[in-house]
Every structure is written in C-alpha cells, then in structure tokens.
Ligand binder design. Structure first.
Ligand code: MRU
Length: 360
C-alpha cells in the first residue's frame, strides 16, 4: 500500500536484517525499525511493533532466517523457534510459519540453511500478499451485491485487519480497498478497539491514507448503528479459526457478532488459510486467549495539543484491571468465511469443500 506516495509492504529484507514499520508509533509517526536477530524479531512481536496474525507469522519466519544467518546449527534453529513461538499465544499463523520453516530447514545441512531460510521467508511473505489479494477479490463480490441493491455500502470492522496486519492489502479490509478502487461508494465504521485502539490508530490511519471514507466509533456504538439500519455488513479478521469455523479475533468481536445476529446483519470473517488451526474443533474451549498487561486497560496513550505523545491513567488508582486480548465467535454466528479460495460456510463441511486436502 502507499504511504506518502511510496509503496510499502509491512516487512522487507534490508542488508543484514529485516525492516518493519513500527506500529506502536502510528498514527502519529511513521517510523521503521531494522530487526537484526531472531531476538529482535521476538521482541518486535511481543511488544507489538508488529502485530496482526499474518504479519506475526511473516515476522517469525524472518526471525528464523536471521537466526540462520548468525548460526545455522540444529541447536540455534531449535532455540530460535522456541523463542519466537513463545511470543504471543493466540494467532496460529505464528506456529504455522515456524512449523513451515522447520519442515524446510531441519533436513538440510547447516551450510545450506541460511540461503534457503531467506528464500522461504520471502515466499511466505509473497504468498500472504497473494492470499490477501484473493480475499479482497472474493469479498468484493459481497460488497458489489450490496452496492447494486443499496448504492452506498456501510461496512463495520473491528480491530485492524488491514494491510498493517498482513504483509500487504489486509484481510477484512482488502475487499474494502478493492471496492473503493472499483468506484463503489463504500464507507467504513471503524471500532476504536479498546484497549490498544488498533481501530482508531491503525485502521483509521490506513483507510485515510488510501482515501476510503470512514468514521471511528466507540466500541459500544455498533449495536445501536445496526438497530438503525446503518450497517450493511460486518467484516472482521481472525487470529485463529478452528476446523469447524469458530473464529478467535480481537476482544469484542463476539459482541459484534451477537449484535449482528440480532439485527440480521451479515457477519463475515476474512482469513488466509494460514489462520486455520485444523487440529481444533471447539474454539471457545480450545483456543488459547492471550492475557495482556493490565496497564493497557488502566492507561491510554495519545497526542497532546503540543504534539507530544503521552500516556495517561484513566482508571481510579487502586482498581485492578483484566485484559483478555481475544474472544471467540462461534461458527453459528458467522455468515461466512472469506478465504483466498473463496467464501464458505463457517463449518467443517464448508472449510473442507474449499480445502479438500485437509480432509483426513
Ligand atoms: O493484538 P493484535 O493487534 O495482533 O490483534 C489483531 C487482530 O485481532 C486482527 O483482527 C487479526 O490478527 C486479523 S489480522 C488480518
């Protein structure tokens, strides 16, 4: 996508390292960080310099490649995979990317691993871009149908599942970009997405940069807008989808799905197949939910009138806070899954039809 007229992906190799956009500084500053080791990559994932399920996977893959650049021994491969694998628990793209890197690298002699690791990481990135492009094309059909019936299309999205969460284009936002570029009148309701505000700070930023009309709303506003016919479709991303179609995504997604169901608003989840955990079948029971620092709830970061960035406390001193970062939307509340192979029912049968090679 373009920032200030220049085309960017969210991650790219540079010299001896890998450069990423520092998402903790957006929307107030566009800065990049050079990752030079697998430890740097692990820190970037853990501190959310990079975030979003597909980008976490891509960064982990490059983290393994950086480890192989320094020391391509078996021990170093194991240590890098362990360190990167322990960074964040919910997005399965992390495990998917690490497993893929290990499958390719482990059988090779150490002397061949450095070059192959870089090639494989680049391939993972390129494939993510193609998946997101295809998700956009499939999702565009849904938006086109609504536009043909109603003219303007009002989409509601939660968190950031745009290009910043992937290598390029995004998942949930990719159809929106394609619709906008095709001349459809599309407007996006952007949930602010407390506590880290990925909607307000990242989704709004990237929609604005692309010129897509959008309005940031408090997380609690979605149900009201749906009751008043102001939401035509909800599209969110996902961090892990079970083989039965249950979808984990940023905390609050489930409440949007409940409101959508009560108001007959179609609720779609967009994901590349690297987000499917074929081993799980009961999302609420089995998907690990990351518990993050309570400080993300008790404090907020923003820009002061003089331009300085500041963090302020918003919770009464002495109160405790809990911070589960994801929730699971059961398949029964999901109208459909938008994948790189097409749109399917959120069910084992639906997913198997699109991915027959996964039918054991
Ligand atoms: O905690 P984050 O910012 O990594 O959470 C991101 C999300 O929940 C996204 O919606 C999800 O990863 C889909 S990204 C295409």
């Amino acid at each position: 996508m373009k920032i200030g007229g220049a085309h960017y992906r969210t991650i790219w190799p540079e010299g001896d390292g890998v450069r990423v956009i520092n998402q903790t500084r957006l929307p107030f500053a566009f800065e990049t960080v050079l990752l030079k080791s697998s430890a740097d990559a692990a820190i970037a994932i853990r501190t959310m310099i990079v975030r979003g399920a597909p980008l976490i996977g891509a960064t982990a893959a490059w983290g393994v490649a950086l480890a192989m650049r320094a020391d391509a021994s078996d021990g170093c491969l194991t240590a890098a995979i362990d360190e990167l694998g322990a960074t964040r628990p919910t997005a399965v793209n992390l495990r998917w990317a690490l497993d893929r890197m290990e499958r390719v690298l482990r059988p090779l002699p150490a002397s061949a691993r450095n070059e192959v690791a870089a090639q494989e990481s680049a391939r993972i990135c390129d494939q993510d871009v193609e998946c997101c492009r295809a998700i956009g094309a499939h999702g565009l059909e849904l938006l086109g149908d609504i536009a043909a019936r109603k003219g303007r299309v009002n989409v509601l999205t939660h968190c950031n599942a745009g290009w910043l969460a992937t290598v390029d284009f995004g998942t949930a936002i990719s159809p929106i970009y394609q619709a906008h570029d095709a001349g459809l009148d599309v407007h996006v309701w952007v949930d602010e997405t407390r506590p880290r505000n990925q909607g307000a700070s990242l989704t709004a930023y990237e929609l604005g940069a692309h010129g897509v009309p959008h309005t940031v709303i408090a997380d609690n506003a979605g149900g009201h807008l749906m009751q008043h016919g102001q939401v035509d479709i909800v599209i969110t991303g996902a961090d892990r989808v079970t083989a039965t179609g249950d979808a984990a995504n940023k905390i609050g997604t489930y409440l949007k799905a409940l409101a959508a169901s009560d108001n007959n608003v179609p609720f779609y989840v967009a994901l590349p197949s690297s987000t499917i955990d074929w081993k799980l079948s009961e999302g609420v029971r089995d998907i690990p939910i990351e518990e993050r620092d309570a400080r993300e709830v008790t404090h907020m970061t923003g820009q002061l009138e003089d331009g300085a960035i500041a963090e302020v406390r918003i919770v009464a001193p002495g109160s405790t806070a809990a911070n589960p970062a994801f929730d699971v939307t059961p398949a029964r509340l999901i109208t459909g899954l938008i994948t790189e192979r097409g749109i399917c029912e959120a069910s084992r049968d639906g997913l198997r039809k699109l991915f027959p090679e996964q039918s054991a």
